[in-house]
Structure formats: C-alpha cells, structure tokens
Design a protein around this ligand. Structure first.
Ligand SMILES: Nc1nc2c(ncn2[C@@H]2O[C@H](COP(=O)(O)OP(=O)(O)OP(=O)(O)O)[C@@H](O)[C@H]2O)c(=O)[nH]1
Length: 296
C-alpha cells in the first residue's frame, strides 16, 4: 500500500515499481484512490495492468462497502500476483488498511505492508504545516513498514542527512531508502519485515512504538456476545480495529461485528457467510484468543 502526502511522488514510485515487477514476470494489479472525480494518474498505468479506482473521496472515508465490492470484483475477474494500492494524500494508514482488509477476502490477500513516500522537502519545512496536516504526515511516517525519502535531488547532502535522521527518530522499524522521482528497487518490497517478524527480530525499548500488524482469525465454534465483549474489555489500546462475521450461540446466522478504538457494534446478518474477523493493531501476537474460540 503506497501512502504519502499529496504530490510526494506516490504515482511516480508506483509506475516505476509496476515496470520492474513486469520485467521480473510478476503480474501487478492496481487499486487507486483519487480525490477528484477525474482520474489522471490511472491513465499512465497501461491497459495490461488490471485497475480499479475509487474517485471522489478518500477510501478511508468513502465507506468500506464500496472498497470491498471493488476489490472483490478485482479478485474475481482478474489474475494477478501483487496488488498495489495507491491512497490519496489525505488518507490515514490505519483507516485505509481498515477499508481494504476485509474478512470477505482476507485469506486471498496477504498484507505486505505500508510504503510511505515522503516528500523530503516537506519534511524539512514541516513546521509550516497546519496542526492537522502535521499529525497526518507523522502518522503516515510512523506506521510505514518501508520509508521512501523522495525528492532527494532537491536537497543538499547536509539536508539529506537531516531527513534520514528525522525519519529514523519517527519510525525505528522501517528501512529508509533515499530516492528521486520515486525510483527505488522492487527488491525493497520483498525485504519489508512485516508483522510478527519485525517485532521479534528488532530489539525494542519499552515505550517505543511498534509496527502496524494485520491478522485474520477464524472461529472454531460459536460464542456468546457476553464472552466476546468481556474479551474486548481485556484488550490493550493498541488493538485499533476489528471487523468480521461472528458465529453466535443459538443464532442461525452470524452477526456482523465492528470494533473501532474501544467502540463495539453488532448487527444481525440474514444470510449464511463464512465467519472470521480481521484485526488491525500493534503487537497482536500478545493478545489471547483461545477463550473466544479464535484461531489463525
Ligand atoms: N524534483 C522532484 N520532483 C518530483 C520527484 N518525485 C516526484 N516529483 C514531481 O512531483 C509531482 C508529483 O508527483 P507524483 O508522483 O504525481 O506524486 P503523487 O504523490 O502521486 O501526487 P498526488 O497523486 O497528487 O498525491 C510531479 O510533478 C513529479 O514530477 C522527485 O524526486 N524530485
């Protein structure tokens, strides 16, 4: 998933990666999100790459049904090896992951990670950003699994060093690659140390941030809503989002379940759907799942 501020170089990087993957015989598909109603960037992708777009509105605010439907269609109609997602500059990484990581196809898509393209010239002038923009800028850097420090051609050697140090201080996990015009090697994508591996292999001091993880769990047996809610109360606040279909004792159909920063919502479902939930958070391997009949 390509994240990054407006104009940071996401499309340039995406096009460069698409070219490299094709050369390696890997077939990419692209899911693009642009805020305007006209699509400019997608025209550059080429007809041989499967493409879906959400125009007008940011995927993290549009509602996940539309995103889910588009992704499901892409998975059903097209054959591809890698899905590259380009978000709008206004997208928050957690909200975007939430929109694209659905229990309906979590077993078909493995989330590789978040690649944040950083406009290095903006990083050096970050104090000029509004408070809201600055917060988003930092969140996009903090949750990245790979940081691309772009627009290095605009900076002096000293400024380049400043950029790398600043990124290192904001995210201790991600590798940092310095580039111009988004030109970085697709090998970097394979090197992304994601999820459990990242937290197990990187020594981390208490109190530092952890990389964002996603997991998909299935239920081994129906449970009661009380049991589930007791479990939810026991969770640390580093579990940001959960959603899925939960088999409830005594109910013919599963319940739709949504959890967002401590808030829970249940809705009865009226059709048979496969059960399971997706979880987005940090240090997911530490949460206990057995007593709510969940297994990976
Ligand atoms: N000087 C310089 N310009 C760059 C670099 N990377 C991208 N640009 C330019 O910055 C502008 C934005 O690049 P895009 O790749 O479209 O960036 P984006 O993040 O996809 O932009 P949005 O889709 O508008 O958010 C274009 O005019 C690029 O040519 C770079 O490394 N150096």
């Amino acid at each position: 998933m390509f994240s990054g501020f407006l104009g940071s170089g996401k499309t340039s990087a995406l096009l460069h990666i698409i070219r490299q993957l094709k050369e390696k015989g890997i077939k990419p598909a692209v899911f693009m999100n642009e805020i305007g109603s006209m699509s400019f960037d997608s025209d550059q992708i080429g007809n041989d790459t499967p493409l879906k777009e959400i125009l007008e509105g940011c995927i993290c605010c549009t509602g996940s049904e539309l995103v889910e439907a588009q992704l499901q269609q892409l998975l059903a109609e097209q054959e591809f090896d890698v899905l590259l997602i380009e978000t709008t500059g206004a997208a928050h990484p957690i909200e975007t992951l939430d929109a694209v990581f659905s229990p309906l196809f979590a077993d078909q898509l493995e989330v590789k990670g978040i690649i944040t393209i950083v406009d290095s010239t903006v990083l050096l002038l970050q104090e000029k950003l509004s408070t809201m923009a600055l917060m988003l800028f930092h969140e996009q850097i903090k949750h990245a699994h790979l940081l691309i420090a772009n627009k290095m051609d605009e900076l002096t050697d000293n400024e380049q060093m400043q950029v790398v140090q600043s990124l290192q201080s904001k995210n201790k996990f991600a590798s940092i690659v310095q580039t111009s015009h988004g030109k970085f090697s697709s090998n970097e994508l394979e090197k992304i140390s994601y999820q459990k591996n990242a937290s197990q292999t990187t020594p981390v001091k208490i109190g530092t941030d952890w990389p964002l993880e996603t997991s998909f769990f299935r239920f081994s047996a129906p449970i009661s809503i009380d049991m589930m809610e007791n479990w939810l109360k026991s969770l640390p606040d580093t579990v940001y989002r959960m959603k899925g279909y939960v088999p409830i004792e005594g109910s013919k159909y599963p319940y739709v379940f949504q959890y967002s920063y401590g808030m829970v919502q249940w809705l009865p479902e009226y059709v048979k759907v496969p059960t399971g939930i997706v979880i987005i958070g940090e240090r997911l391997q530490e949460i206990s799942l057995k007593h709510v009949n969940l297994y990976e």
